[in-house]
Design a binder for this molecule. Structure first.
Ligand code: UD1
Length: 427
């Protein structure tokens, strides 16, 4: 038996769509709680599978974790003495588990984190996580599938220049630096709103951090940090998903609880595609044109166009007037879903890290069974299915559930004909 999402098209996505707290922030906020003994509370927590996995990981480290999806909160009671090992079963299920590395080395002076798997969207190295911690005095090695780190005494503040503004490495090093002796300067740091969010939580815990949201982050290590209550920043990728749902299907959505300022580049591209966008007087409304124009997009670290919304650009271009070029600069292998999109009749030509898409009127795409291979690809395939004619059956639903709270219910309330189905397998 397998769960699938069945989409009947063509329909327009029109209505009010709420935005939860950011997946890519909340998981790291939960890891940051490890920096202080005592009870920290995270609010505006999305009801997604990855939060459950992170909660289990923290429990295995010795924390008492209460996750209340109805209240959108996670309480994390962190003991004075923590475990230091993150097991393969959890890290494999969720690559973001690597974010406990920095806090554990800082608190326990050692950590063993299984090497991750995660979404099938590129090589996703860890070299900067390693090199940054080594620059702070830790010794790292890979043994028996684990990344092992240890340091005699506290980590030491240093200046470390990242080769590339990696989100995960910036977060791990910022968290590690919060309990290091002295000052750490991270140069060429990532600037994503989620980095700012995590930095603000660590500031509230008692560390001094300057330069959040810029390429140079300075962290003054504290001897001890204290637990806090912190509200998760809104999920800009979920907000972007809803905006593209309107753009691809020619609908009109009011996005609630999001921060449009975190989507400046995305909204600029949607306007170029012909969308009308109103962010005045606290509203956030996106209205798609009858048929969008194709757009050219290159993904880049924030404030550039987010790689996590790249599949939606390909989806939009597939139903647009004209041809668009999409260039993927962050995860080189993030094209697995284009073969699935072609099953609906989309015209995509791949050339290295470029995808040229020639648009067709949406009704000429015909529904088909497709497989979601990662979170965003799954959501993008379902949305194209809403614009196409006939039935699109998306398998690999677990991926979508990792990143979207009530995906089916929300889109269905906004007019899409979409439901979950349990279907029998072949064998
Ligand atoms: C995070 C997000 C992910 C998003 C990505 C980029 C989470 C849980 N995931 O992933 O949704 O798509 O940011 O915005 O927050 N790299 C190295 N060496 C390193 C670190 C990274 O080579 O030490 C490479 C990766 O292979 C990848 C690129 O840098 O090609 C970007 O990775 P990074 O910014 O670290 O993304 P993640 O933190 O993995």
């Amino acid at each position: 038996m397998e769960e699938k999402i069945e989409v009947h098209g063509p329909t327009k996505v029109s209505g009010v769509l709420p935005v939860s707290g950011a997946k890519n922030s909340v998981l790291k906020l939960m890891a940051a709680a490890l920096l202080a003994a005592g009870e920290s509370t995270i609010t505006n927590v999305p009801e997604i599978q990855d939060v459950t996995i992170m909660a289990e990981l923290l429990r295995r480290l010795g924390c008492t974790v209460r996750y209340d999806p109805a209240q959108q909160t996670v309480d994390i009671d962190v003991p004075e003495v923590l475990g230091h090992q993150a097991d393969y079963d959890l890290v494999r299920a969720m690559r973001a588990s690597i974010s406990v590395l920095g806090p554990l080395v800082a608190r326990c002076h050692r950590a063993e984190v299984a090497l991750p798997g995660g979404d099938a969207i590129g090589s996703r190295g860890l070299d900067m996580h390693r090199a940054g911690l080594e620059a702070m005095g830790a010794e790292l090695s890979i043994e028996k599938g684990f990344l092992r780190a240890s340091v005699a005494g506290n980590l030491r503040g240093t200046t470390y220049h990242l080769d590339y503004p990696s989100v995960g490495a910036t977060e791990n090093l910022m968290m590690a630096a919060a309990l290091a002796n002295g000052t750490t300067v991270l140069e060429n740091a990532a600037r994503e709103p989620e980095i700012v969010d995590i930095g603000r939580m660590i500031q509230a815990m008692g560390a001094h951090i300057d330069g959040l949201g810029t390429s140079t982050i300075t962290v003054e290590g504290a001897r001890k940090l204290h637990p806090v209550t912190h509200r998760t920043v809104p999920d800009r990728i979920v907000a972007g998903t809803w905006a593209f749902a309107a753009a691809v299907t020619g609908g009109r959505v009011e996005i609630q609880g999001a921060e449009p300022a975190h989507l400046t580049m995305v909204l600029e591209k949607l306007r170029a595609a012909g969308c009308t966008i109103d962010t005045s007087r606290g509203r956030f409304i996106v209205e798609g044109p009858e048929r969008p124009h194709a757009i050219n997009v290159s993904t880049l670290p924030y404030p550039g166009f987010p790689t996590d919304l790249q599949p939606f650009v390909v989806a939009l271009n597939a139903v647009a007037q004209g041809s668009g070029m999409v260039t993927e600069n962050v995860f080189e292998a993030r094209w697995g879903f284009t073969a699935e999109l072609e099953r609906l009749g989309a015209r995509v030509r791949l050339d290295g890290h470029h995808a040229r898409v020639d648009g067709l009127p949406a009704h000429q795409l015909s529904g088909a069974p497709v497989e979601a291979k990662d979170i965003r690809a799954g959501a993008a395939l379902a949305i194209v299915g809403m614009a196409a004619t006939g039935v699109t059956e998306v398998s690999g639903v677990a991926h979508i559930d990792r990143g979207y709270e009530h995906f089916v219910e929300r889109l269905s309330a906004a007019g899409a004909s979409v439901e979950r189905r349990i279907v029998g397998g072949l064998f």
